[in-house]
Design a protein around this ligand. Structure first.
Ligand code: AKB
Length: 331
């Protein structure tokens, strides 16, 4: 259980005046450290409170306040929000698509019950709340070529089902209670400092490490499997920009955000521009079926229109940044 809980991430962000208190139970996931860095640079380290149920490394302890908190403990969440006078909450809490299929009961607890706790706490204390959704909130009956914000959503993973539930429940809380619920559907996120852990898009991170370590990558998807992807800096910027958008500009509560789409074959070719010795083999496993039901391209024109979303990283810029970054870490 402890291992899987490490996928939880939860952020609280108090926005009154210029002071922000950011609180992260389970903040040690793929997006948590990066977001903490951005918010701490903006609002000051002491105003960003990280937390998890695992013992953090020394760097985390030294970078600012850190608390123990369990997302499934609703009273504990109330306690933190009250004690720290929180009024924004950013919640990353999920077992990802592949690992969720192997841990159905835990995925239902974390991905569904956890969201109930977050929404109730947010409603009670009138918080602005962000919960991410994903390309995984669509399924094989969606027209997958150019997926728009409002279309058929019949996902076939517990991860996707829970995300559709989150979108609908958040929008319901908004309509019924006026909750300031905000949600972005993220593509596969590519980072090099922190690993994803249990998703269908993880290959697009692993390939870089393999290219530089062994020169061989064995891909669990077929070469022509196209999926939307985004570099982590764009992903975190979309989140902070959407959170800072004046509520009057939001014409909807859930938006797609996009940057690029590519196949494993196209990614390998681009990585080879920087690491020519990369060899790739293909051995599709159960993740292929999940990927086959996900969007190939994401239409994010509403986000661009309503709050000015614009991505910065394309395939080539992302690859060169990741490879330089890993090389720097290796030195
Ligand atoms: C996954 O692959 O499960 C995630 C996602 C696309 O939401 N990275």
């Amino acid at each position: 259980l402890g291992v899987h809980r490490r996928f939880l991430s939860l952020y609280y962000f108090a926005s009154y005046e210029i002071v922000a208190n950011v609180y992260f139970p389970g903040a040690l996931g793929q997006l948590g450290r990066g977001l903490a860095k951005i918010l701490r640079a903006k609002f000051g380290s002491d105003n960003v409170i990280m937390s998890d149920i695992v013992k953090p490394d020394l760097d985390i302890m030294r970078s600012g306040p850190y608390l123990y908190a369990d997302i499934l403990d609703r009273e504990g969440l109330h306690n933190i929000v009250v004690t720290h006078r929180i009024d924004w909450l950013i919640h990353f809490s999920a077992l990802l698509s592949a690992i969720g299929e192997q841990n159905l009961r835990l995925a239902m607890k974390v991905n569904i019950e956890g969201v109930h706790n977050i929404l109730e706490v947010s409603r009670t204390h009138k918080l602005r709340v962000f919960i991410p959704s994903t390309i995984g909130a669509f399924g094989p009956t969606t027209p997958l070529e150019n997926v728009q914000d409002f279309t058929i959503q019949r996902p076939r993973t517990i991860y996707g089902v829970a995300k559709v539930h989150t979108e609908l429940l958040g929008e319901y809380y908004h309509e019924r209670y006026g909750l300031d619920f905000r949600c972005l559907r993220f593509p596969g996120v590519i980072s090099y400092e922190t690993a994803p852990g249990g998703g269908t898009t993880d290959y697009a991170v692993q390939i870089f490490h393999d290219a530089l370590k062994t020169g061989n990558h064995d891909c669990y998807l077929k070469p022509d499997t196209m999926l939307p992807m985004m570099y982590i800096d764009d992903c975190l910027r979309s989140l902070t920009e959407m959170m800072e958008t004046d509520e009057a500009n939001l014409r909807q509560r859930t938006y797609n955000v996009a940057a690029m789409s590519f196949t494993p074959h196209q990614l390998a070719n681009m990585v080879r521009k920087f690491v020519p010795q990369l060899r790739i083999t293909y051995n599709p496993d159960s993740r292929q079926q999940i990927a086959d039901g996900w969007p190939k391209m994401f239409d994010d024109s509403n986000a661009r229109r309503d709050w000015g979303w614009s991505h910065d990283y394309d395939l080539e810029k992302m690859c060169s940044t990741v490879i330089d970054g890993i090389r720097r870490l290796q030195q």
